[in-house]
Design a protein around this ligand. Structure first.
Ligand code: HEC
Ligand code: HEC
Length: 305
C-alpha cells in the first residue's frame, strides 16, 4: 500500500485495497478493471483470439508505465484523478472525459484504436480508476502525481552520451535492440516480462512517453526497475541522456499529429513533432534545451494578450 499524505489539508490518504471489496457486481468490475490494466495484452491486445476485442496495437500493459497498477508515486499513478475529469485538454483543444483520456493512451501509448465508451472493458478500467480515487475530496491534488520534475540541463540531451548509460543500466532487462523480453512466444497474448522501449511493438511517437521530459523523469524516478523517487539510481544528467538515446530510436508513427495542440502556444516545449509557433527547430524541441523555447512562448503569449 502506498500512502499519500497531503500537507495543506492534513489529509492522510491510502490507496484503497481491491481485495477488500465485496465480490458483488461492482466489486468484480473493479477487479476486472485492475486485470485489464495489469495484463492488458491478455484481454484487449493485438494477439487475443477474439478479433473484435483487439483494441491495443502493441503488447504492452498499462501497468508497464502506470506502475504498480497505477498506485506508485511518481510512477504515473492513476489514483486521485477521477474527480478532475471532465477537463480541458490542450492536446485536443476541448473538454475531454475520463474515457477520452483512456482512449488517448489506447491510441498512442498502446498504439491501438479507441474503445467505445460502453465497451465492458472500458467501463471496467474506468471503474478501477474511479475506485483509486475513493475518499479523495474534490479539488485535492495528492502528492506524487505524474513522473516527477527533476532539474533540466542547460544543453541538449545527448543520445551519444546516453548510449553507454543504456548499455550499463538498461540493456540487461530491455534487450540490446530495445525490444524487451517476452513472457512467451511472440504470437501469444502473454505480453512481456521486460517491455520494449522502441521498435514496432512499442508506444508511438504521439505518446506522452515519447516526450523527452516525461521519459527522462520517469526513468530518473523509476528505473532501473525498483528505483523510486526517494532512491533514484541514475543522476540527472544520465537520466536525460539515456532518455534522449531511447527517444532517438525508431518507433511506430501516428498519423495526424499536426492536429494536436490546435492552440500552438499551449504545445509542450518538448513535443517532438511540429508545427510550432516559436520558430525553434524540431531538433531542439526533441532534445532541448527547453528554457529558451519556454521563454519565447511566454513572450508570444503576453504579446497575444
Ligand atoms: C508507454 C507508457 C504508457 C502506457 C502503456 C499507458 N500509459 Fe497512460 N499515460 C502515460 C503518460 C506518459 C501519461 C501522462 C501523459 C501526459 O504527459 O500528458 C498517461 C496518462 C494517463 C491518464 C491520465 C492521468 C492523469 O494524471 O490525468 C490515464 C487515465 C491513463 N494514462 C490511462 C491509461 C490506461 C488505461 C492505459 C492502458 C490501456 C495506459 N494509460 C497505458 C503513459 C502510458
Ligand atoms: C531490472 C530490469 C530493468 C532495468 C535494469 C530497467 N528496466 Fe525499465 N522496465 C522494467 C520493467 C519490468 C518495466 C515494466 C514495469 C512494470 O510493469 O512494473 C519497465 C518499464 C520501463 C519503461 C516504460 C514502459 C515501456 O515499455 O516503455 C521505460 C521507458 C523504461 N522501463 C526505461 C528504462 C531505462 C531507460 C532503463 C535504464 C536506465 C531501464 N528501463 C532499466 C525493467 C527494467
Amino acid at each position: 500500500m502506498v500512502s499519500a499524505g497531503n500537507a495543506q489539508s492534513g489529509l492522510v490518504w491510502l490507496v484503497p485495497e481491491v481485495g477488500a471489496l465485496p465480490r458483488d457486481a461492482s466489486g468484480m468490475q473493479v477487479r476486472e478493471g485492475r486485470d485489464l490494466i495489469t495484463a492488458t495484452y491478455a484481454h484487449i491486445g493485438p494477439n487475443v483470439r477474439d478479433t473484435s476485442r483487439r483494441y491495443a496495437g502493441n503488447n504492452l500493459a498499462c501497468t508497464n508505465c502506470h506502475l504498480q497498477a497505477g498506485t506508485k508515486k511518481f510512477g504515473l499513478p492513476l489514483f486521485g484523478l477521477f474527480g478532475a475529469f471532465p477537463q480541458y485538454s490542450a492536446r485536443s483543444g476541448n473538454e475531454i472525459s475520463i474515457e477520452d483520456r483512456v482512449n488517448s493512451c489506447m491510441t498512442r501509448s498502446m498504439n491501438g484504436r479507441a474503445m467505445p465508451v460502453d465497451a465492458p472493458e472500458m467501463q471496467a478500467m474506468v471503474a478501477y480508476i474511479k475506485f483509486l480515487s475513493s475518499g479523495v475530496p474534490s479539488g485535492v491534488t495528492l502528492p506524487g502525481m505524474g513522473a516527477g520534475n527533476m532539474p533540466e540541463l542547460d544543453r541538449a540531451a545527448d543520445p551519444v552520451r546516453g548510449r553507454p548509460v543504456y548499455a550499463r543500466a538498461c540493456l540487461g532487462c530491455h534487450n540490446t535492440d530495445g525490444s524487451g523480453v517476452r513472457n512467451s512466444i511472440p504470437s501469444s497474448a502473454m505480453g512481456y516480462m521486460m517491455p520494449p522501449l522502441w521498435g514496432p511493438d512499442s508506444f508511438n511517437n504521439g505518446a506522452g512517453m515519447a516526450r523527452l521530459s516525461t521519459i527522462a523523469n520517469f526513468v530518473h524516478f523509476n528505473m532501473p526497475h525498483g528505483a523510486d523517487y526517494l532512491n533514484p539510481q541514475l543522476n540527472v544528467e544520465e537520466a536525460w541522456d539515456v532518455a534522449a538515446y531511447v527517444v532517438s530510436q525508431a518507433r511506430p508513427q501516428k498519423a495526424g499529429l499536426e492536429h494536436d495542440f490546435p492552440n500552438r502556444l499551449d504545445k509542450p516545449v518538448d513535443a517532438g513533432f511540429g508545427p510550432y509557433a516559436d520558430g525553434f527547430s524540431q531538433q531542439q524541441h526533441t532534445y532541448g534545451p527547453f528554457a529558451p523555447i519556454r521563454a519565447a512562448l511566454e513572450k508570444l503569449r503576453s504579446e497575444k494578450k
